[in-house]
Design a binder for this molecule. Sequence first.
Ligand code: SF4
Length: 294
Amino acid sequence: MVRGHRPSPGLAEHLTRLYDAFPFDRSLAQDPVSMVRPYREVPKAAEIAGVVAATLAIGNTTSIRRSFAVFAERAGDPVAFVEATTPANWPRRLGPFAHRWIRGDQLGFLALRLRRIYESYTSLEDVLLEGWGEDGGGFRDGIDALSTALRGPRGQRPASPRGYASLFPSPKGPPASPCKRLVLYVRWMVRTGYPDLGLWRRVPTGELRVPLDQHVHWIAYHTGLTDRRTRSWSTVEEVTEALRRVDAVDPTRFDFVLCHTGISGDCPKERDLEVCGPCSLRPDCRLWRSRRAG
Ligand code: SF4
């Protein structure tokens, strides 16, 4: 491995070439945002469907989409579902629903939290921006505010189900989580570029951060966008800053492409001449540059 691996001078061009040639429609069918896009004509429904889909975004995309479909079938109209959720009925509304370690009672409680939030705010964007403005903390404080609101106040009644609070970590820690799912959710809501929904118009796209899943981190590390081997909020900031040098206005436009390059197997995450041959990132990739250097 090359220590202190830095992007090649051509990285911007290579990323742009990857982006321009990317089969978005192929990968959209695999992505959880495809489950949220049908709600986009009703912003509040899309917000609710989006936060549920993002919360479920753990594991492989097929199981995420399957679990969201189960939720959607049981919940029906997301707005009506949230408005009808009460402390008395939230534990049983989703019955035996389970996705990985996420349970139906936790999603029911999430619906109750959303109902409470909408009693004070028109949109979750307001929650994000309220946190953003406090102490000039910017995006990180906005995500912290969103996460705090979804967790709910300590000592609340009814108490949140076991494990619920850990679904919504904070970028302020401890530990300072990369908050992949909430950051992904905000990308869906803010970006107007395909395949995102572009419903929140007060957040500049240049301020978004990269939802750092394992695939994005792998490629970011191997192309020198970061030298950090662990996923933390600091890594999120570093990768985003590197992508801002490529596109200051819309740095997270590359996220979908990098993520699905990994998910689809377009990147085997090892040296494979047949697969890596046409990869536009090969001049930047540690796996190839290190051997050449050797
Ligand atoms: S060169 Fe190969 S391993 Fe490196 S990023 Fe491209 S596809 Fe992945």
